[in-house]
Write a protein that binds this ligand. Sequence first.
Ligand SMILES: Cc1cc2nc3c(=O)[nH]c(=O)nc-3n(C[C@H](O)[C@H](O)[C@H](O)COP(=O)(O)OP(=O)(O)OC[C@H]3O[C@@H](n4cnc5c(N)ncnc54)[C@H](O)[C@@H]3O)c2cc1C
Length: 405
Amino acid sequence: MDFNDTPEQAAYRAQVRAWLEANAAEYLAPPEKPWGLDEFVARSKAWQRKKYEAGYAGITWPKAVGGQGLTPMHQIIFGQEESRTYVPTGLYSIGLGMCIPTVFTHGTPELIARFVPKALSGEEVWCQLFSEPVAGSDLASIRTRAECDGEAWVVNGQKVWTSFAHRSDFGILVTRTDFSAPKHRGLTMFIVDMKAPGVEVRPIRQMSGASDFNEVFFTDVRVPDSWRLGAVGDGWKVALTTLMHERLAVGGKPRHAPGWQMLIEVARGIETDSASALERADVRQRIASTYIADEGVKLTQMRALSALSRGAMPGPEQSIAKVVVAKTMQDMAAAALDLAESAGFAAEKGSDLEKLQQSYLWSAGLRIAGGTDEILRNIIAERVLGLPGDLRPPKDTPFNEIEPL
Ligand SMILES: Cc1cc2nc3c(=O)[nH]c(=O)nc-3n(C[C@H](O)[C@H](O)[C@H](O)COP(=O)(O)OP(=O)(O)OC[C@H]3O[C@@H](n4cnc5c(N)ncnc54)[C@H](O)[C@@H]3O)c2cc1C
């Protein structure tokens, strides 16, 4: 495995670095105080627009829809350089990382022309309307219903955990159009206008105090048939496109998340009876485990990059990174906050301890979003290690005959 850039990649990296230094100057250090949601959205839109105008949005997308027609390695190099800054990008990770690739793969030319360029420029924000109160890991059990009414479909039901629905213009929506078909075969996917009559978005307040995701209720919402993605009954196939992109998008360690270096700093600053906590064997053990996990993830991701640079697609082994990253983040933050004892609760804004608190709270969500630890372990067991499969109910039973658990 060669970790070095080719001369062409090195030239692109230098060009990106120079552009970021000139254009992201205000984001080279962390913000002095956290942005509120409105400021985050406004800054995200301005940054996405700037990237679009400079040719750094949609790097791998065809030029015809506003992209650059470059390779995944160009995208990765831009992402690596961008992630050294503190520019706001999270508003678009679901839209550009999952929804728009799905529209591009399964949408008609008219839908692609209407939606892709405005998503790349950041003008329109997207959300993913998949999970429901009784369908998360078992996504094919969704119950939101779409019924055909002439040239439109009428949607009724509820979604939950929809990230940024309260700031989105459009969403991709998976619905059940045939309750008498087996559960994977009665689904159909649509684009939905989040401002359409009958769409009600209710933000959920999280334990961190933020409200990043929502419940979304649909009451007699009319969706034009021309906004359907894929054939009627093919929604599972369309959803798999989104989920495949999700696995690639959520794998790595979140940008600037505290790592073993911060654990060393926190331990160094804490005096125990005889010496700094850094001298304690259990603390040193924890630092070493965090370091080993971080390096393992880095090398696993390098392997994926290496595959991409050879033109291959990374496979199910990508799931390893998220399982390790999320748990390591949570364990490490818990260890540091435990060490700090009561100071761990009352950390000052912007301090290392406060970053660890945020990391502790956020990593709990990371262990669930985009596939829970248990589901990812099943994938690793079955598809990477070749172990026997999990027990699954027969796939051919009509959905309306499946016995509730
Ligand atoms: C931060 C965050 C953002 C999210 N954003 C979105 C979004 O934008 N759009 C969207 O549609 N959804 C979103 N979700 C929802 C997410 O996809 C689901 O929470 C996730 O798929 C798990 O589903 P669930 O919550 O219904 O839990 P369940 O599937 O009910 O799982 C409950 C528990 O049972 C375990 N379990 C379930 N099945 C198995 C099995 N076969 N074997 C072993 N254990 C099992 C799970 O691991 C878990 O511990 C988000 C979630 C989070 C935390």
